[in-house]
Design a protein around this ligand. Sequence first.
Ligand SMILES: [Zn+2]
Length: 192
Amino acid sequence: MKTADIIKCAVEGLDMREAVLKYGITFSRNGFATCPFHAEKTASLRVWPDHFHCYGCNAHGDMLDFVGRMFNTNFIGAARIVNQDFALNLPLDRPPTFKDRLQAGRIADERKRKRDALESARVEYEAALDTWTTLDLYVIEHNPTDRDADFSPSWVDAIKRRELALYRLEEARTALYMMEDAKWTTISRQPA
Ligand SMILES: [Zn+2]
C-alpha cells in the first residue's frame, strides 16, 4: 500500500457528513447544506458518507477534494489539514510503517463490514415488505362477502401470517432506519 492509498483509506474512514460540520457546513432539515463553493440562497449541497455533490455548481468529490477546494490546496495540503483536524496520525513526513498499513487495512475492512450490514438490512426489509404485501393482497382479495358463512381456513391463516409479517416488516424497517439514520441523528448536533 502506497502512502497516497494509506491517506485515502484513513480519510475515507471518516464519515464525511459528520466531518464537514467541522468546516462550518450545516444541514437543513431536508439534508441539504449551503454550498461553500458558490453563492446560493437555496441549499443545494448534498453530502454522503464518502462524497459530496452540489446540484447548483456541480462541485463533486471526496473529503480531500472538499478540503482542498475549501482551503485552496492540493491533495497533500488537504491531507495535512485533515490529518491535523481529525488527529489521523497519517504518515505524511515519514515513510509508512507496517502499523500504518495495518491500520489502513482495518479501516477498509470496517467500512466494508458496515456497507455489507447495511446492504443485508436493505435486502431483509425488501423481503419483509414483499411478504407483507403479498399476504395483504391475498387477504383483501379473499375478503368474505357473506359474513354469516364460515371463514375459509386459508383466509384465516393468511390473516395470522399477515400479522406476523407486519411485525417482521416493522422490525426490519427499524433496523434499516437505525443503520441509515445513525449518522443523521448526530448531524443536527454541532461539534463542540
Ligand atoms: Zn455549489
